[in-house]
Design a binder for this molecule. Structure first.
Ligand code: SAH
Length: 275
């Protein structure tokens, strides 16, 4: 993959005007200050998050989840993810809060799980891999990030740990509402949930330092490239010439784009329109 070693630009942490749109409903689930929750001692020292992102109300696993989450993070580290900020974000976000109660015991396995409406929460290893790709060559936090495919909101919560501002868009109203519900108690002020067709991107927030998609189409929509900042990076699953779905990285430069195809992946399809 091309890596010119240049740090990507940062962008204003906030839009000058509060987002408002006819086609895309701006979020109510904006959660203010990151929860000032306790940092749990880890079973073995792994990557220590600045804060544990968890709601004030108890729920989910009937146990302290930080140790089992630390084990998940170690496995992901062993798969080759090394970015400290990404690992800390995975340690911080309580994934079991984003899955149905019947699946809570599988929340820290490196597997995708059903979240309703035929969709899945992404594998944490793939979430980590993609966010590490977004952060590559970037010292501090990312600027403004657009996520296509909020789903249950897990990846959005992880992104909110490594970026100054995150816009996440979902085309299925039921999942948009579910993500809002899941995230309500976390109080993450830099995450904005949008209901709309992410194939169009979200022009009001452009340009983005990074764009990430959790659903794969035949192509990368031109709107995403247009809304990416010069120096920005996009990571998305897309069908390649071989007819398989692979991770695709697009770097936008002053003179054009550089596309890199990486490993095969299995994401739900990117669809147009809302439902
Ligand atoms: N990041 C999510 C993964 C959800 S699965 C998580 O952590 O749970 C991918 C999601 O992409 C699905 O919810 C699907 O409805 C959504 N999706 C597919 N096409 C879309 C589009 N055009 N715009 C917005 N969301 C889309």
């Amino acid at each position: 993959m091309k890596d010119d070693g240049k740090a990507r630009p940062t962008f204003p942490a906030r839009l000058p005007v509060a987002p408002r749109s006819v086609a895309v409903r701006a979020p109510q689930a904006r959660v203010s200050q990151p929860a000032r929750a306790l940092v749990q001692p880890l079973a073995r020292p792994a990557v220590k998050p600045a804060v544990v992102l968890r709601p004030t109300a108890p729920g989910g696993l009937g146990m302290d989840s930080s140790a089992v989450r630390a084990a998940m993070v170690r496995k992901i580290q062993a798969q080759g993810v090394s970015h400290a900020g990404v690992l800390a974000a995975l340690q911080a976000v309580e994934r079991h809060r984003f899955v149905d109660s019947a699946l809570v015991n599988q929340a820290y396995e490196d597997t995708s799980l059903p979240i309703g409406l035929g969709q899945t929460i992404s594998k944490p290893g793939v979430v980590a891999r993609m966010i590490e790709l977004l952060c590559a060559g970037h010292g501090g936090k990312l600027g403004r990030v657009l996520e296509i495919g909020t789903g249950c909101g897990y990846q959005a919560a992880v992104l909110a740990q490594v970026a100054h501002e995150v816009y996440s868009i979902e085309r299925l109203r039921g999942l948009h509402e579910k993500a809002r519900e899941n995230l309500r108690a976390f109080r993450v002020s830099n995450l904005h949930l949008l209901f709309g067709d992410g194939m169009l991107g979200y022009p009001r927030g452009a340009p983005y330092a990074a764009i990430i998609a959790a659903a794969g189409g035949n192509d990368i929509p031109q709107a995403w490239i247009d809304q990416l900042a010069v120096g920005g990076r996009l990571v998305a699953p897309a069908v390649t010439a071989a007819g398989k779905q692979n991770l695709v990285v697009v770097d936008k430069t002053a003179t054009g784009t550089v596309r890199t195809e990486l490993e095969a992946v299995f994401f739900v399809p990117l669809k147009s329109g809302i439902a």
